[in-house]
Ligand binder design. Structure first.
Ligand code: KG4
Ligand code: ZN
Length: 348
């Protein structure tokens, strides 16, 4: 007897509702994935405004649940369990999802699972590529997070090997885009400009790669400053600036560090599978370089399709389904949102 798990995501600017079917053999099948984004409302501020995001979640929550059910041709009475992002994320935004999930669980008399957003970014890959080998390595790169994780069991054991000590990779893209007068969010326009530029034109620094630096941590704020200084100097000299070359050289520095550290961790822990997820996983240079370096090292690379890489409800339904399948206890109805939930806590 298969079970339907509904996932609710509201940690940032996307209201996501996903539905998955958990089969008896433990495989998880995607059946609906609806997202309402408030991104448009944040663009003129150059970043996500928490109050606007919370208000947008409130307005979008019920319509998005209804859309997901319609897509799956199901009704609420078919749902067997509710999973919701308990953290990390924006406090007010998380609260909207957690409150909605509690209300659905209580009204339907079904179990509630508060789950970790970061685990969702990894679990989502099982919807496309099937069960994750144990262990596997995950490189999570988004606007809010940059982490290298060892995943021994997606339902019960994730260990952080390293993370960014300052800006997230996506945040670096967004800040550098601003320096280059490209629109927000900066990833896609930089990716596009870089395709026309020379990645070896400017030797930007590779952060945290010195012999005394933490092996698996990242730093991108020095790189951003270095791009700013380079632009200032070029302008002062009156040089013709090629935005394409700056974009390509910046992008090369980011992709180089991310892939080098991931491969190093895979070798050190003898892990044969790397999953790259999060919004920045859509970056063309990152995926090309990861593919090359993984092939050289004999590592299998898994990257979920872009739609699954960015925030969505299906990823939360997926981690919920794995937690249900593992027989982990459900959450109580008095759980609260935790903006700083550590990645090691997969369900609360
Ligand atoms: O995962 P995501 O949609 O949202 C969260 O931050 O949780 O990631 C958004 C980030 C933004 O910083 C955006 O600039 C970046 O992902 N991004 C990219 C690309 N597409 C989106 N960065 C580099 N290259 C891209 N093609
Ligand atoms: Zn995310």
């Amino acid at each position: 007897m298969s079970r339907i798990v509904m996932g609710i995501e509201s940690s940032c600017d996307e209201t996501g509702v996903g539905l998955v079917r958990l089969h008896d053999d433990g495989t998880v099948e995607l059946i609906a994935d609806e997202v309402a984004s408030s991104l448009e409302q944040h663009i003129r501020f150059g970043g996500v405004v928490p109050e606007i995001a919370s208000r947008a979640h409130l307005e979008a929550m019920v319509p998005t649940v209804e859309r997901a059910l319609r897509t799956a041709e199901l009704t609420l009475s078919n749902v067997d369990a509710i999973a919701v992002t308990a953290g990390p994320g924006l406090a007010g935004a998380l609260l909207v999802g957690v409150s909605a999930a509690k209300a659905y669980a209580a009204a339907l008399g079904i179990p509630l699972y508060g789950v970790n957003h970061l685990a969702g970014h990894i679990a989502v890959d099982t919807l496309q590529h099937g069960p994750l080998p144990k262990p596997c390595l995950a490189l999570l790169v988004s606007g809010g997070h940059t982490q290298l994780l060892r995943v021994d069991d997606i339902a019960s054991s994730i260990t952080e090997l390293g993370s960014t000590v300052d800006d997230a990779a996506g945040e670096a893209y967004d800040k550098v885009a601003r320096l280059l007068s490209l629109p927000y969010p900066g990833g896609p326009p930089i990716d596009k400009a870089a395709a026309e530029g020379n990645p070896t034109a400017i030797a930007f620094p590779r952060g945290m790669t010195g012999p005394r630096d933490a092996k698996f941590d990242f730093s991108f704020s020095g790189l951003k400053t270095s791009v700013a200084r380079w632009m200032e100097n070029a302008e002062r000299r009156g040089d013709q600036i090629s935005i394409n070359d700056v974009a390509a050289s910046f992008q090369e520095a980011v992709a180089d560090v991310l892939t080098a550290k991931a491969i190093r961790a895979a070798k050190e822990f003898d892990i044969k599978t790397l999953v790259i997820s999060g919004g920045v996983a859509a970056n063309s240079r990152l995926s090309t370089l990861a593919r090359e370096r993984c092939a050289d090292a004999g590592i299998t690379l898994r990257v979920p399709r872009p739609r699954l890489c960015t925030d969505n409800g299906a990823m939360i339904a997926a981690v919920g389904a794995h937690v249900v399948a593992a027989g982990r206890p459900a959450s109580t109805l008095d759980i609260s949102a935790n903006p700083a939930l550590p990645v090691s806590v997969i369900s609360v």
